[in-house]
Design a protein around this ligand. Structure first.
Ligand code: ADP
Ligand code: CDP
Length: 207
């Protein structure tokens, strides 16, 4: 069964955990598009580049190609032999990534890599169901209040809940343009659900 399932949503709404669960149930990989934006940001920061300027970033990414390895259990990102995965979720990358993701040239760089992947898969991010895979067979969009998302993320980050909540809201604002739900996406408020509840809500709608 060849198909693409898209799971978009705001920051820390559960996209990657839910996508991993859905993908494992379907026996297909999931694709975490945000990791490519995070990788571009990490490499730009390491090279002390201006994150607002596309040419320098694109030159860097062209000279040292980045590869996303989409697995069902968790995605990994490589630059040659170096694995970037564990460095992509720092607060420094969190703070810079929306600026990098606003650059059209970077978005094209990400989109081209995603569109080259062999189906089937579950794709998660902001614009998987709108811009990248508008023809996807099943589309979902995850939400939850900023406080609930911050409380969840506080279990994975050293900062406290109010600081994380403020950072999430700032990122939501910077990401507004690419974060509109697809008109044909099912919007799921994950606030009252646990992780398995969200996964099951999606699985019951898939063939
Ligand atoms: P995103 O990929 O959208 O940033 P994550 O998958 O990293 O989100 O989820 C953030 C955290 O929220 C994870 O630790 C996840 O296990 C947790 N979580 C707790 N409850 C839920 C729920 N009901 N739905 C989704 N994620 C949840
Ligand atoms: O999981 P979380 O929402 O914290 O982050 P992510 O999904 O890894 O995305 C990180 C950043 O990448 C977002 O804040 C967006 O700026 C950008 N992004 C995007 O613009 N489009 C996507 N499809 C995915 C991510």
């Amino acid at each position: 069964l060849l198909m693409i399932v898209t799971i978009d949503g705001v920051a820390a709404s559960g996209k990657s955990s839910v996508s991993s669960g859905v993908a494992q149930a379907l026996g297909v990989p999931y694709v975490s598009s945000g990791l490519l934006y995070r990788a571009a940001t990490l490499l730009g920061l390491e090279a002390s580049l201006d994150l607002h300027a596309a040419p320098g970033l694109l030159t860097l990414l062209g000279a040292h190609p980045v590869r996303l390895e989409p697995l069902a259990g968790g995605n990994r990102v490589w630059q040659g032999e170096r694995e970037l995965t564990d460095d992509l979720h720092s607060s420094r990358v969190d703070r810079g990534v929306s600026v990098v993701a606003a650059l059209p040239e970077v978005r094209e760089w990400v989109d081209a890599q995603l569109r080259a992947l062999p189906e089937p898969f579950v794709a998660e991010g902001r614009d998987m169901g709108t811009n990248v895979f508008p023809h996807a067979s099943h589309k979902f969009y995850l939400t939850a209040s900023a406080r609930i998302r911050a409380e969840r993320r506080a279990r994975e980050r050293p900062e406290d809940v109010p600081a994380i909540e403020a950072a999430l809201q700032r990122r939501d604002e910077l990401d507004t343009v690419q974060s509109a739900p697809a008109p044909d996406a099912l919007v799921i408020d994950t606030g009252p659900l646990d992780l398995q509840g969200v996964i099951d809500t999606i699985l019951t709608r898939l063939p």
